[in-house]
Design a protein around this ligand. Structure first.
Ligand code: PHE
Length: 339
């Protein structure tokens, strides 16, 4: 008899329930009206006197154990049920979290910022909706300059003095107004031009412009910086400067980098010449310094500007600039970067 009770004790100790229903069935089996314990208590009267003491103690132990076990299981399962409402089923494996990727424009922009920050350039930003002064007038763009033509610039209809900036040189004008030389800053950002959208051009794109103003800054400094940049960015340090014209720089130049003619793609990209045009640059026109409150007799500076989109197309061999703004996940998911 006592052996039987001990078996029950073992069973109670081993028992585990996964649902409240299982726990309740367990309670009914042991503690219910027709349960094991009631039967055992009923049998007490037939137990020989000399065993009564041990028998009584053992069933009491079983009863206490069973009660504790039921209570413990019910509490635990009720808690889990409440959590389930709050968080869903916590025992299920987690969902795989989809890790996003950076946009190629951001990757290239961050690379450029990183390269220039290593030689002491900070990053400056300005508004995309700009006034005439910062986008044109301060930058020595005379009123008759073709870049001011309605063809190229998006003006704000209700205020002809306001426009969508056509280049981030506007940020440089603002920066010079608010900071004293030495100035070393790059200005990345989105710009807008009223151009027909095609595989090669878009009505909005991105630029990074650089500006260095200090005493005695020379064209040689500019060339050295550009060479440093192209070798860090593309692994190519052979560059050439072709004379050009920008209203805000004098002298001005276009920068070509020697890309090489190793592959068929190189031929196609460089139209068989091996050279690729990557940016415009020049020495800041003294009028511009003057307009922005810097004495051109004391200071000189250089500036350069490049299109981020164009560099992204080159780096990743993307054939259509529109891909960069179409938000096609199949395209975007291909870009992974630590930048
Ligand atoms: N702002 C010029 C452009 O948008 C680029 C440039 C910047 C050229 C600085 C010279 C110096 O094309």
């Amino acid at each position: 008899m006592i052996e039987k009770i001990k078996e029950h004790i073992e069973e109670v100790e081993r028992f585990n329930a996964h649902t409240l229903e299982e726990a309740e069935n367990f309670r009914i089996k042991y503690l219910g009206k027709k349960g094991v314990l009631n039967d055992l208590f009923a049998a007490f009267k037939d137990v020989p006197n000399e065993q009564k003491k041990e028998y009584g103690q053992t069933i009491n132990r079983l009863k206490n154990l069973a009660q504790d076990r039921v209570q413990e299981l019910k509490e635990r399962l009720a808690d889990a049920k409440a959590d389930e409402k709050r968080y869903g089923d916590l025992s299920r494996p987690g969902y795989p979290i989809e890790i996003g990727s950076r946009h190629p424009i951001s990757i290239v922009k961050n690379q450029i910022i990183d390269i220039f920050s290593r030689i002491g350039f900070n990053v400056s930003e300005g508004p995309e909706i700009e006034d005439d002064w910062h986008n044109f007038t301060a930058l020595n763009l005379p009123e008759y300059h073709p870049a001011r033509d309605m063809q190229d610039t998006f003006f704000v209809q209700t205020n002809p003095d306001m426009l969508l900036r056509t280049h981030t040189s506007s940020v440089q004008a603002r920066y010079m107004e608010n900071n004293k030389p030495p100035i070393r800053t790059i200005s990345p950002g989105r710009v807008y031009r009223n151009e027909a959208i095609s595989a090669r051009s878009h009505c909005f794109f991105h630029q990074v412009e650089g500006l260095y103003v200090d005493k005695g800054v020379s064209f040689a400094d500019l060339k050295q910086t550009l060479q440093y940049f192209t070798s860090e960015m593309f692994g190519k340090s052979k560059i050439r400067l072709r004379p050009s014209y920008f209203p805000f720089t004098e002298p001005s130049a276009e920068v070509d980098v020697y890309w090489g003619l190793e592959t068929e793609t190189d031929y196609r990209m460089t139209k068989g010449t091996g050279w690729l045009e990557i940016m415009g640059c020049g020495m800041v026109d003294p009028n511009v310094l003057q307009n922005c409150g810097i004495d051109p007799n004391e200071y000189s500076g250089y500036a350069f500007g490049m299109g981020i989109d164009r560099i992204a197309l080159l780096q990743y061999q993307i054939s259509d600039i529109r891909m960069l703004s179409e938000n096609d996940l199949r395209f975007l998911q291909q870009f992974k970067a630590s930048f």
